[in-house]
Design a protein around this ligand. Sequence first.
Ligand SMILES: [Zn+2]
Length: 322
Amino acid sequence: MEKPAFLDRDRPDVPGLVVPGGVTPFYLAGRPVRGRLIRTGILADAMLTRHDNPAQVTALAGKALALVAALASALKFQGSFSLQIKGDGPVSMLVADCTHDGALRFYARKDDAALDSLLASNPAPTDRELLGNGYLALTVDQGADMERHQGIVEIAGDDLSAMATHYFATSEQHACWIMLACTLTDAGWRSGALVLERIAGAGGLADTELSTPDGAAHDDSTWETATILATTLTVAELLDDNLPAPQLLHRLFHEEDLHVSQSRALAFGCRCSRARLVDVLQRFPEDDLDHMCVNNDTIVMTCEFCNKDFHFPRKDIASAMG
Ligand SMILES: [Zn+2]
């Protein structure tokens, strides 16, 4: 007997891609500095090209993926870190999230006419010109027993790294230095991030296991030195598949008592499933379900994150609304 749709919990056919060394945490011993280097590798290309977006929007989304990967890798408990930006620009919504174990997903909602018109007059818009004025929210969700933490700030700055830096400075009073990049290389789309966090007096997102020993100098000059060194990183180096992460970090911080920690994986991480979508469909009345049908017998739902079509035979979906 064929398994009914509501019992089918199979994952859809999306790439089972894992980038083993996607996240490289590090700290500078005796200094109030820790950081993460993110390289999404082939994952960026696989995820970004599933969506039909112009290159300018793809680049923005790729930076968002690298950003949430960097932020989620600081989570102490199981959970997820999500970025949500809503603005009045042609890209009206950008959502990216990453779990503590590196499962990434994103979607960008756009107004095609507004986007075409912007790109016709300005082929290289800033992230700000794509997003417009609005709000940026970061949410840490660490499961049912933990309080959900969300901070919201107005969009400020020209690019996503400036927007995120502004978020931490104002919402969390937490000094961060953030570089994000995403470009189309010969090997496909690549995205990456270098994030430095000042850990002295850090907020709720701090992870003490990487803290420097007691008595560490909490002075401004060591933080500034680290950020000045970080500024010398080029986009080409950040996105170079052939430059190993420890080597890249050594180039930047070898005089600052660099300690590179165990790297962690990133993966294609959509959490959609047939069962979850059936759950959504059952909340509609029978009439609405009939109207959703294609060819009178099938309901098609598309996951916004992985762009996967799910087909449900109409006869398998019974409204819970009566
Ligand atoms: Zn999905």
